[in-house]
Write a protein that binds this ligand. Sequence first.
Ligand SMILES: CC(C)(COP(=O)(O)OP(=O)(O)OC[C@H]1O[C@@H](n2cnc3c(N)ncnc32)[C@H](O)[C@@H]1OP(=O)(O)O)[C@@H](O)C(=O)NCCC(=O)NCCS
Length: 155
Amino acid sequence: MIQADTPIQLSATDPAYQGLGSFFDAYGYGRFIAAEFSKQFGHHSYQAVIIQKSDILGALLFRLTGAECEIIEIAVAPAYRRKNLARRMMDDCVKLATKAKAERLILEVADHNAPAKAFYQNYGFKPIGRRPRYYSDDAGGKIDAIIMELWLSKA
Ligand SMILES: CC(C)(COP(=O)(O)OP(=O)(O)OC[C@H]1O[C@@H](n2cnc3c(N)ncnc32)[C@H](O)[C@@H]1OP(=O)(O)O)[C@@H](O)C(=O)NCCC(=O)NCCS
């Protein structure tokens, strides 16, 4: 059993929030460039839940937009995967979204990202659509995105 701290909520104005750019750049799905993180996600509508010891072990970035809570990214450092860190962060995100009166969580996941799809499905997200050729891989290939949702009343 790892001794990670409990999840911490961060707003875009918290100093620690800036560390998320490097974390997602290193361990996220590959859509993040650390140097551009503040410009893209420095807005007050974005928030994060992180789990850390001395370093960040896991992070979940989300945006509350009225009735929806959009999951922007979730990642766990490789050595800490399959230890329920992502589940614990998602639990906190659900609590925050429920408190903000959001009705559902929504996200996009690359069709070939089996670990992430398994995690979301296990958590209760359901696929509701597909965005063809939404992501590019390193070789310039195109990958579909699957849109998934979780209704909070059914969570
Ligand atoms: C997806 C990711 C965040 C999951 O984090 P995690 O902390 O390992 O997930 P958890 O331990 O909370 O998993 C909870 C459950 O989800 C499912 N799951 C998670 N990872 C899985 C995997 N690699 N294969 C199959 N099922 C998986 C399992 O049901 C798991 O429960 P179990 O371990 O008791 O079987 C992690 O693999 C990751 O950081 N991936 C790289 C970044 C990424 O692709 N992010 C998603 C962008 S859309």
